[in-house]
Design a protein around this ligand. Structure first.
Ligand SMILES: O=C(O)CCC(=O)C(=O)O
Ligand SMILES: [Fe+2]
Length: 369
């Protein structure tokens, strides 16, 4: 072997070892000590969060669920419509989920990410269909530059939650109990919200709409626990790249550490965490269902050098095999259908075949006249 070849072999081995290490996630990387951001996470200049002096902060519209379910429903429905049309995001207060359920969920999420790597790695899978999936970045099989984020995704469809539970992590103690209670409670909350959203779009509920609500009752639900450890050079990377969520609605529980930014009036603005609230956002399926009246909005996550951040998102939609299409009552001569039928299978095929970026899946479902 010539000396040149030896050097080449050495550098190939090093590159392979690094690639394997990055696959293990950012928590693992940080636990091994780090004071510089590895090149794998460095975004091109144009994709980095701008080094602004003070990020523009946004006070999202606040929807009070207790008021929505009371005599002020009409008034709150108008605010809800405005929030969905203008922002695609709102904060939900007085949501009725007890502080115990929420603090238990927060606790098991942070404890899960603190488990030794070997324990977390038991749930690693590159199969997009896996019902329990621990991983890193946005799509670690495809991303050229990695995001500063580890996640645990759990399918928690309400109609077979008990069966799904058997595959969930048994560590930390109480994980299954706390996470399944949280899944049930967020599902209940989603149903209240979806009923209000249907009302906001189509007026009085008819028999057909009751059927739709029944479909949502046995719909699909995915829980995503996100962990964004402190980052040595946060201005060079992102916790999550700009994306829209694919479901109907996402309910997001964030902690008091800022990080979520939404694309609002052509600018990235930070969502101020509001204690005891959920951030709710419109997903691609609702954009299709509403025939474009309510749009899914791009959002991303910035990271910071001082604090770890944990968030828990639940993505809710119709059952996995349902067809998502514009609501017939919203389509007429003046408002032609703007989206093709879609379903989860089409979405999974799409994300397995190309890098999901911004709203490109939704754009692929648009009808071009
Ligand atoms: O962590 C956050 O604030 C947002 C997470 C998110 O956008 C997602 O899980 O889809
Ligand atoms: Fe998201």
């Amino acid at each position: 072997m010539t000396p040149g070849m030896a050097v080449e072999n050495d550098s190939t081995t090093v590159a392979l070892e690094l690639a394997q290490m990055y696959q293990k996630g950012v928590k693992h990387l940080c636990d091994n000590g780090l004071n510089k951001l590895p090149f794998k996470y460095v975004l091109p200049n144009s994709d980095r969060p701008q080094p602004c002096k003070l990020p523009a902060a946004l006070q999202l519209p606040v929807i009070d669920l207790a008021q929505l379910c009371g005599p002020n429903r009409c008034h709150v429905l108008r605010s809800l419509t405005k929030a969905c049309e203008e922002y695609g995001f709102f904060q939900l207060i007085n949501h009725g989920i007890s502080s115990d359920v929420i603090s238990n969920m927060r606790e098991v999420s942070s404890k899960f990410f603190e488990l030794p790597y070997e324990e977390r790695a038991k749930y690693m899978s590159s199969d997009m269909h896996a019902t329990v999936r621990y991983g890193t970045s946005f799509n670690q099989n495809k991303d050229n530059v990695f995001c500063w984020r580890d996640f645990l995704k759990l399918t928690c469809n309400p109609n077979n939650l008990q069966q799904l539970l058997s595959g969930w992590p048994s560590s930390p103690a109480g994980f299954k109990d706390s996470a399944s209670t949280y899944a049930e409670e967020t599902h209940r909350l989603f149903l209240c919200l979806v009923e209000a959203i249907l009302e906001s779009l189509g007026g009085d509920m008819e028999i057909e709409d009751e059927k739709l609500l029944n479909e949502f009752e046995k719909g699909s639900q995915l829980m995503v626990m996100n962990c964004y450890p402190q980052c040595p050079e946060p201005e060079l990377t992102l916790g999550m790249p700009p994306h829209s969520d694919y479901g109907f609605l996402t309910l997001l529980l964030q902690d008091q550490v800022e990080g979520l930014q939404i694309h609002y009036q052509q600018k990235w603005v930070t969502v101020q965490p509001l204690p005891n609230s959920f951030v709710v956002n419109i997903g691609d399926h609702l954009e299709i269902f509403s025939n474009g009246r309510y749009k899914s909005v791009l959002h991303r996550v910035v990271v910071n050098a001082k604090k770890d951040r944990i968030s828990v998102a639940t993505l809710h939609s119709l059952p996995f095999d349902s067809t998502i299409k514009p609501w017939p009552k919203l389509v007429n001569e003046e408002n032609p259908r703007l989206y093709k039928d879609t379903n989860f299978g089409i979405f999974l095929d799409y994300i397995s075949s190309c890098e999901p970026k911004r709203k490109n899946f939704l754009n692929s479902r648009k009808i071009i006249y």
